[in-house]
Design a protein around this ligand. Structure first.
Ligand code: MG
Ligand code: MG
Length: 257
């Protein structure tokens, strides 16, 4: 069942959303050759702690609990990478995904970052990935059902010659990070069964993952890191977005809307 949020609750969700956006501003400032992924994670953890927010990823249940506050994935890694001693080098394509709970509400956002100068394929991938997320958010204003949005995203990615990851999807979000519904970035017969009407009060974490090569991914034996099977690069962009009477509202941003 999709839990609809009242306008007042959506306003309350902005606090968590803003803090997650603040974390990304911090990450953007830090990204440089020589910085380790663990250093980035530690800074975000300190930011959440300073604001009394609870990190949502640390301890997340799996075969082994997720050990960090951010998922940090590099190049061919798609999502769920574990921060560590790996130092960034110029040309890397970094993905940072993080979330927190503040005042009882959750925010979740991922972004892709270029480390120094990146090659043209990675550049194009970043452009298409970000466009894809923003296209989805804009479409919420007029689309009737989520499948209309997903179809537009799929088309945009295919036209660029890239592929949409199908093994991971977005999600509803509210008091819990993962709520119903599932929010796929593609259309299929299976997903059509879970399609839903877009109505005010729905809050979604929309998070397309786009691969430069084929869509297939695998999980490494650390039980978390997901990488592309063909080892080609991947991007991930995610915002927590509310559908309101006045249209879509991005919660995980510091920008005026
Ligand atoms: Mg996320
Ligand atoms: Mg998410």
């Amino acid at each position: 069942m999709i839990v609809l949020k009242r306008p007042k609750e959506i306003e309350q969700m902005r606090a968590a959303g803003r803090l997650v956006a603040e974390a990304h501003r911090l990450v953007k400032q830090m990204v440089a050759p020589g910085v380790s992924t663990l250093e980035i994670d530690q800074e975000v953890e300190a930011l959440f702690e300073k604001h009394g927010a609870t990190p949502l990823f640390k301890g997340y249940p799996g075969k082994v609990p997720f050990p960090a506050v951010c998922c940090i994935s590099v190049n061919e890694q798609v999502v769920h990478g574990i921060p560590g001693n790996r130092k960034l080098i110029a040309g890397d394509l970094l993905k940072v995904d993080t979330g927190c709970r503040l005042e009882g509400w959750c925010g979740d956002s991922a972004w892709s970052y270029a480390v120094g100068e990146i090659d043209p394929v990675k550049k194009k991938l970043m452009q298409i990935g970000e466009e894809n997320l923003m296209l989805a958010i804009r479409s919420l204003a007029t689309a009737r059902s989520w499948s209309d949005v997903a179809r537009a995203m799929q088309t945009h990615v295919r036209e660029a010659g890239f592929s949409v990851v199908e093994q991971f999807v977005g999600h509803g979000i509210g008091r819990e990070m993962h709520e119903e519904p599932q929010v796929p970035n593609f259309v299929s017969q299976e997903m059509a069964k879970h399609d839903f009407r877009l109505t005010p009060g729905i809050v979604l974490a929309i998070e397309p993952m786009v691969n430069a090569g084929k869509k297939e991914v695998r999980v490494l034996n650390d039980h978390w890191t997901v990488e592309t099977k063909d080892k080609k690069p991947s991007v991930h962009f995610e915002h927590t977005v509310a559908i309101t009477e006045n249209g879509p509202l991005i919660l995980t941003t510091l920008d005026a809307q």
